[in-house]
Design a protein around this ligand. Sequence first.
Ligand code: COA
Length: 180
Amino acid sequence: MIELEPQHFQCPGFYIRVASRPFELHGAQALRHKVFVEEQKIFPQHDRDEVDHVATHLVALSTYAHEADDVVGTVRIHEPQPGLWWGSRLAVDRDFRQVGRLGAELIRLAVCSANTRGCDTFLAHVQKQNVPLFRRLHWSVVGEVVLHGVVHAQMRADLAFYPPCADPELGWFLKPGKRR
Ligand SMILES: CC(C)(COP(=O)(O)OP(=O)(O)OC[C@H]1O[C@@H](n2cnc3c(N)ncnc32)[C@H](O)[C@@H]1OP(=O)(O)O)[C@@H](O)C(=O)NCCC(=O)NCCS
């Protein structure tokens, strides 16, 4: 007998794109709260800050009957000075981790979008347990810092692996299990 289990096995694919509609922006906020406040307990009440006002928010959206359904991943990017970009608040819903490469694809859209917009350096503060993931994606450690009581590696993306993408707003459709 076949047992149908988690939702992700039934999801035909994911949109990876810039958040534009209200449900996408609210969903990203809600997911961050679930991950950084409730799960990791890095922030006691909320994880919002001033960067949210200037950042571009990216999302991974599950689909139902080919329509975008729910926000299951997010990351944000911003450019505090010309050419220097930061990525932050990368989060994938627990039920969708290590199933569709959503984290890796959000990182790809984040850096490729910045590259489209004239990036010469792309940095992120990465929690220690995620350093191997970023190394595999062509990032290198350039420093270490304690943020919100948690040790983070400061890492830099190798832009040669992240060519500018044609249309970050449109992004792309990702089929589960598809390897790049
Ligand atoms: C970190 C996180 C975003 C990764 O998302 P994800 O969707 O599970 O990652 P992916 O499936 O895209 O991972 C890509 C590959 O790296 C592997 N991988 C994922 N996380 C990894 C880790 N921490 N260490 C080593 N490898 C990892 C995956 O198994 C996958 O391998 P494969 O290509 O052989 O299948 C997710 O675990 C998460 O939201 N964690 C909680 C919040 C958090 O830590 N945010 C990051 C702050 S720096």
